[in-house]
Design a binder for this molecule. Structure first.
Ligand SMILES: *Cc1c(COP(=O)(O)O)cnc(C)c1O
Length: 488
């Protein structure tokens, strides 16, 4: 039986460029007749010359154009978006509603602290919640994304060693790390040293011991790592780094796998970031605003970005005079609306449900892993955390690649999973279903994926043509990246 995904080929409306639609003389608005004499020497003619070549359009032309364009978008509100490493989970609408309440939406960032007690309280409490979820001592909400949190962390590493008068230049970064890790380290003046992961996909204690020396500031590690595997040797690894005078940075982008389950401070992490737009329910994608708070142990608190949000004598205030701070990272205080969404999400879930969400995220990923393991080659045998990694090894003999299967998923109405990442798995397919998909939705996705794998055996040629039900077929992605044509 062929299982159909939620995709359909009906009512996918084509849409020409506005320039192709325009007809001279059409207009989308009607102005009252002029009741003053026309001036011959018009200022706008002088300023604009002949003016830009805007097409003349009717109101309906405009409305249909933009409404159709808006329906071409795909998001988590449209369908399943199992993008490994990115935690595309459903964002409850109550968070959106809260952000638009008057006191929040109209709070002016230039108002004095005494007139901003409510919003400062929200931020202060969110810092506390994030400290509780991670086990870390102090938090700054300022960084605008995970990458900026990493940069803040690396600047804190630099400030710490500068204060100690130690000149260390290198940093250990596993080969499975997200690309932003070495970039943030390099931006802060450190030379990344690649740490090879072991055959089971996790870090090998011995290789950390060999590479960690007095010229190395420490390690940046991701736990669970980008293969969706928990670094079981975390305690030994962080102990080695500390023994040799180094610091440990934890990339917390995969927090959805361990909310309230892992105490990072006890694991030996000194600085870590969270991605509120991944784990704590803020819509993301397309480069929109995010938040990448950093959490530190108390010894490093004084280096946090300023201003610090503090509570003194029951009164919330922004403390600007922090002599050891790495400085300001964002105008005002970070992306406030994203922070409010995370605050609402945490309050509406509560500690127990955050834990339950994490457990379901892990259960769902392992369900997908077990369901597809016969059909797709599984990269690692260890049970996964919140995401599972397959490869196209079994399909290669039919001339079918990861890209072909990912493109075919689009025909069935699914956003493809992350592909060809992490780099250590050739032809990687990384699926992160998240906790918000129901069993029925997972079963349908699994059945569709199995159908695609059957198709790979029986009709590889057809698969290589995918997507076939979309408005546009397979694009030349290299050309699009190298020579972007933004005017249509
Ligand atoms: C997403 C991600 C980052 C970067 O976070 P941004 O918020 O996109 O800047 C860093 N590390 C890992 C493992 C990630 O998945």
């Amino acid at each position: 039986m062929t299982v159909h995904g939620p995709g359909t080929s009906g009512l996918i409306l084509d849409e020409p460029l506005l320039w192709e639609k325009g007809k001279s003389g059409r207009t989308a608005f009607s102005m009252p007749d002029q009741d003053v004499p026309e001036v011959a020497d018009r200022l706008d003619d002088k300023l604009l010359g002949a003016g830009p070549d805007f097409p003349d359009l009717s109101e309906m032309d405009l409305v249909r154009h933009y409404t159709r364009l808006s329906s071409w978008n795909f998001g988590i509100d449209t369908g399943m978006y199992p993008l490994g490493s990115c935690t595309m989970k459903y964002n409850p609408k109550i968070n959106e509603k809260m952000v638009t309440t008057a006191g929040i939406a109209t709070a002016h960032p230039l108002l004095a602290d005494e007139l901003s007690q409510g919003v400062l309280q929200v931020l202060h409490e969110l810092q506390y919640f994030l400290g509780a979820v991670t086990g870390m001592d102090s938090v700054s909400l300022q960084p605008a994304a995970g990458a900026q949190g990493e940069l803040a962390g690396m600047l804190i590493f630099a400030a710490y060693f500068r204060e100690k008068g130690e000149k260390r230049t290198k940093i250990l970064i596993p080969d499975t790390a997200h690309g932003t890790n070495p970039a943030s380290a390099a931006l802060s003046g450190f030379t990344p040293v690649a740490l090879q992961s072991g055959p089971d996909g996790t870090l090998d204690v011995e290789s950390v011991a060999v590479l960690m020396d007095a010229e190395t500031v420490g390690i940046m590690l991701t736990n669970p790592n980008t293969l969706g595997l928990f670094e079981e040797s975390i305690l030994e690894i962080t102990a080695i780094v500390h023994q040799k005078g180094g610091l440990v940075y934890g990339d917390g982008a995969n927090m959805n796998a361990v909310m309230g389950m892992v105490d990072y401070k006890r694991c030996g992490v000194d600085v870590m970031h969270l991605n509120l737009h991944k784990t704590f329910s803020s819509p993301h994608g397309g480069g929109g605003p995010g938040a990448g708070p950093i959490c530190v142990v108390s010894e490093l608190e004084k280096f946090l970005p300023q201003p610090h949000i503090v509570k003194k004598d029951g009164y919330y205030q922004l403390e600007h005079d922090c002599p050891d701070s790495i400085g300001r990272l964002h105008a005002f205080y970070g992306n406030f609306a994203v922070l409010v969404r995370a605050y609402c999400y945490i309050l509406s879930m509560g500690a127990e449900n955050l834990k339950k969400a994490t457990q379901l995220a892990v259960l769902n990923a392992n369900y997908v892993r077990e369901s597809l393991r016969q059909a797709l080659h599984l990269a690692y045998e260890t049970p996964c955390m919140h995401e599972c990694v397959f490869s196209d090894k079994l399909q290669q003999k039919h001339g079918v690649s990861t890209l072909d299967m990912a493109k075919r998923l689009i025909d069935h109405g699914y956003h493809p999973p992350t592909i060809y990442f992490p780099l250590v798995v050739s032809g990687a397919i990384m699926i992160e279903p998240t906790e918000t998909e129901s069993k029925e939705d997972l079963d349908r996705f699994i059945a569709v994926f199995k159908g695609i794998i059957r198709e790979a055996r029986e009709d590889g040629e057809r698969l290589r043509q995918a997507p076939t039900r979309t408005r546009l077929r397979r694009l030349d992605e290299t050309l699009a990246a190298r020579k972007p044509c933004l005017t249509g």
